[in-house]
Design a protein around this ligand. Structure first.
Ligand code: XIL
Length: 343
């Protein structure tokens, strides 16, 4: 069912109109207590779907205890012109989280994806770009100080071979852009937990080793980093087992770091899906959720979307924990079972 995003005019003089996502009372009532699972259970939320689709909003509010903005905090949305910030969508999601008792994971402060042209096409010197990066991180983290518990500060800095990925930030500043971003985030909110987030590290290989090495180096240099995120975009044909994730999380714990599954989805190939694909998908989610539940340093598991209909992997891949109508799939039951508090 479609619902309009309501425009609530703020009464205070000088405040402009502020849009917010309407949460009908029967949906709000379904929200689980913030600590009802052993670990925060998150979903990436899209402002459009949350405002328009009741099934999506209901599944999110009733099923999850943490929210990651799927796109609303990316540079192209939040910093569309040099020095001009547009916090509208991010504000909507942070307000939705507050009204429904969800924790917020902020995402991402530095990434080579979804950058506006003024960044990628700028003729930058290192000083200038460092100043822009610092200002961006301080503005975004500062605005949500005390309201965003955990941030993906540096997103996907590595290439498949474990070397640095070429990006405007790396090309102009070299590896020190990472340190600049972590320090600026820490200055802006000293209580926030700051993560390095990476894709394609859910199996052994050079990139998985490189992300642990990089995190360890940052710790040794006194950079304020608190954890490493495993995106875990995967498939029913090739998902990580609990044992592998447990080993990675334990390595991080021994360096004094946290860990999280930050963007999990598990695609099912539309053609030639294996028999019992939904059960296999449930097993994939269950293994990751158990790895997180059993690791004292795991700060949560986030699924990269709410219902299959809006997944960035494609609706036909059915990668998420709720079907297009917002009904829970076996995957959701497996996650809840792994994260259930036992009495
Ligand atoms: C994806 C979003 O889900 C899409 O809506 C968008 O078009 C592209 O980005 N790694 C990340 C996420 O860190 O921010 C990406 O999200 C998926 C891969």
């Amino acid at each position: 069912m479609k619902r309009a995003v309501v425009l609530a005019a703020l009464l205070a003089v000088g405040c402009s109109e502020n849009s917010e996502i309407d949460v009908p009372r029967d949906i709000a009532r379904k929200a689980p207590a913030t600590d009802s699972y052993l670990r925060p259970l998150g979903a990436a939320v899209a402002t459009g779907a949350a405002g328009d689709d009741d099934g999506y909003l209901r599944a999110f509010v009733a099923g999850f205890t943490s929210l990651t903005p799927e796109n609303a905090m990316k540079w192209e949305v939040i910093h569309p012109e040099l020095g001009e910030f547009d916090f509208e969508q991010a504000d909507e999601l942070v307000a939705l989280a507050r009204r429904t008792g969800k924790r917020v994971r902020g995402h991402p402060l530095v990434w080579d994806g979804q950058l506006p042209d003024w960044v990628t096409e700028g003729d930058w010197g290192p000083r200038e770009l460092a100043a822009v990066l610092r200002r961006h991180v301080r503005a975004v983290v500062g605005r949500y100080r005390g309201r965003v518990e955990e941030w993906d500060v540096v997103n996907e800095p590595l290439a498949a071979d474990g070397g640095w990925k070429q990006s405007v930030f790396f090309n102009v500043l070299g590896p020190k852009y990472v340190e600049i971003a972590f320090r600026a985030a820490h200055d802006a909110d000293p209580d926030a937990h700051l993560f390095l987030n990476e894709i394609g590290t859910e199996h052994p290989g050079p990139k998985s080793e490189a992300v642990l090495r990089l995190a360890g180096e940052l710790v040794r240099r006194g950079v304020p980093i608190h954890g490493v995120g495993y995106e875990t975009h995967t498939t029913v044909l090739d998902f990580p087992r609990k044992r592998y994730l447990a080993t990675q999380f334990a390595t991080l714990a021994s360096a004094g770091l946290g860990a999280a599954v930050t963007e999990m989805d598990v695609t099912i190939p539309p053609e030639g899906a294996p028999p019992q694909a939904l059960a296999l998908q449930a097993r994939a989610y269950g293994e990751a959720a158990r790895a997180c539940a059993e690791a004292a340093n795991c700060t949560g598991l986030t699924v990269w979307g709410v219902t299959d209909e809006y997944s960035w992997r494609g609706a036909d891949q059915r990668p998420l924990a709720f079907d297009p109508d917002g009904r829970p799939k076996p995957a959701f039951a497996a996650i809840v079972q792994a994260l259930a508090r036992r009495r």
